[in-house]
Design a protein. Structure first.
Length: 185
């Protein structure tokens, strides 16, 4: 399996919509600053499947980018990033087909976002996920992101009794662009 990451036109964002980007929620985790994700307390809930479908951007400009992950020309993942108001790259969406998780596809997509952000002269990358997507939280933590903010009310407009908490992660750049896939920011 050879995975290729390709910058694509925004119109191609929906070419991966038929892929399985869902994940199973088995617990809600209580985020704690300064504590590894693996140590966050959790509340077990009956398992259910969650699927976030991204909105396709209407146009592409110099301050945003779409990266597709391809396996033998078949789209298996994507990352959409834009320039945020605070001089960070904002990852609007990063998703990998369930069959390819754990194979390094997310890391390759994130590497492309890091490279783009550094080329744009940004100071880092930020993104938001939720306390019920613990696999994503662990991925961001392993990549070098740090938990920078918690918003307990963001999702209450969708479900006033819900348990989802918005988690804001930051990857702050220090030094130069990594030369190899083994060097991290």
């Amino acid at each position: 399996m050879t995975i290729l990451i390709k910058r694509a036109d925004a119109a191609l964002a929906n070419t991966v919509e038929d892929r399985d980007f869902s994940f199973v929620v088995e617990a809600f985790h209580e985020p704690t600053f300064g504590q590894p994700v693996a140590q966050w307390p959790s509340t077990v809930v009956p398992a259910y499947r969650k699927d976030y479908r991204a909105t396709n951007p209407e146009s592409e400009n110099e301050s945003e980018a779409l990266f597709l992950a391809l396996d033998d020309q078949v789209p298996i993942g994507r990352a959409m990033i834009s320039r945020n108001w605070n001089n960070y790259g904002l990852i609007d969406d990063i998703a990998v087909d369930a069959a390819y998780r754990g194979a390094g596809v997310g890391r390759l997509l994130m590497d492309a976002c890091v490279k783009w952000s550094r080329t744009e002269g940004l100071t880092g990358i930020t993104l938001e996920t939720q306390n019920n997507n613990i696999a994503a939280c662990r991925f961001y933590e392993r990549y070098g992101f740090e938990l920078g903010g918690i918003d307990r009310l963001l999702y209450r407009g969708l479900d006033p009794r819900g348990q989802e908490i918005a988690l804001f992660w930051y990857l702050r750049f220090q030094g130069r662009m990594p030369d190899t896939a083994d060097e991290r920011p």
